[in-house]
Design a protein around this ligand. Structure first.
Ligand SMILES: Nc1ncnc2c1ncn2[C@@H]1O[C@H](COP(=O)(O)OP(=O)(O)OP(=O)(O)O)[C@@H](O)[C@H]1O
Ligand SMILES: [Mg+2]
Length: 268
């Protein structure tokens, strides 16, 4: 019975991901939809077994993320930030607890469903840009647009991060900030519902970091992409709708900002 429920749930999730990326579709004349979370995590635990040792990376995290919001996730090194982000993005699975995406259970999703989920619904940006050195900016982004369901063009994605004039440059011909913006263009070209950024400015100086954050901010506003940014830089919290604090694998505090500070006005 439970197995049948999981199979039916998985098939429904797969077909929704294939059909519309799991977006909630609503006709403009319909009454507004009730606000339901994009992600809902309940008592998430992640334990890594390394040799004799068990490392508890997440220890009962309850958290929700809503459509279109920009969330900054803060916490000391080792507090579980990347682990949480990787689980949200379907790169890793929790040891126990429940995680749903748009009401669909991700916890019991099979590998094929998670692959579809990552491909159609989630964009990732990491500290190191992971561009292919032998491909131009345009070609790096086109790699993704060639397999996505309903992508924008590589050119449109690069315009969104203000790199319209650098499309035919190779990564070695671009600054760190420009390379990171190519990585952002690559992440958002598929028009994902969710953009997950793990220390996107970690390798950059202040000025360059701000140009990268401006690109993220623009995508969040113009595409309405739920955006989660991990950082060690507490001043970046001012650009968020909501700030979450992890400590020792637990969500210890959260705060809502009355007003978001534009990235260009951040000081750190
Ligand atoms: N693949 C893994 N195998 C074993 N332990 C792991 C693994 N990934 C993470 N951990 C451990 O889980 C804990 C949480 O790690 P995580 O990477 O989520 O922290 P973080 O908050 O992102 O830290 P940082 O700010 O340094 O990136 C740490 O103690 C880490 O050593
Ligand atoms: Mg980390």
């Amino acid at each position: 019975m439970i197995l049948a429920k999981i199979v039916i749930g998985t098939l429904a999730l797969q077909s929704a991901i294939l059909r519309d990326g799991g977006r909630v579709l609503n006709h403009p004349n319909d009454p507004p939809l009730p606000v339901s979370p994009v992600f809902e995590a309940r008592q998430l635990r992640k334990v890594y077994h390394t040799g004799e040792l068990d490392v508890v990376a997440l220890n009962g995290v309850d958290v929700e993320f809503f459509s279109g919001e920009l969330v900054v996730l803060l916490g000391a090194s080792g507090s579980g930030k990347s682990t949480l982000l990787n689980i949200l993005g379907g790169l890793d699975v929790p040891t126990s607890g429940a995680l749903s995406y748009k009401g669909w259970d991700l916890t019991n999703a099979d590998e094929h469903t998670l692959t579809l989920f990552r491909r159609n619904c989630v964009g990732f940006v990491f500290q190191f840009y992971n561009l292919i050195p032998s491909l131009t900016a345009r070609e790096n982004v086109a790699l993704i647009t060639s397999i996505a369901r309903d992508p924008m063009t590589a050119e449109e994605a690069l315009e969104m991060v203000d790199l319209g004039d650098r499309m035919d440059h190779f990564p070695s011909q671009l600054s760190g900030g420009e390379q990171q913006r190519v990585a952002i263009a690559r992440a958002i070209a598929k028009k994902p519902e969710v953009l997950l950024c793990d220390e996107p400015t970690g390798a950059l100086d202040i000025t360059t970091g701000i140009t990268v954050l401006e690109a993220v901010e623009r995508i969040n506003r113009e595409l309405g992409t739920l955006t989660v940014i991990i950082t060690h830089n507490a001043s970046m919290a001012q650009m968020a709708d909501r700030v979450l604090y992890l400590s020792d694998g637990q969500m210890v505090k959260q705060r809502r900002n009355e007003k978001r500070l534009p990235a260009r006005e951040l000081e750190w």
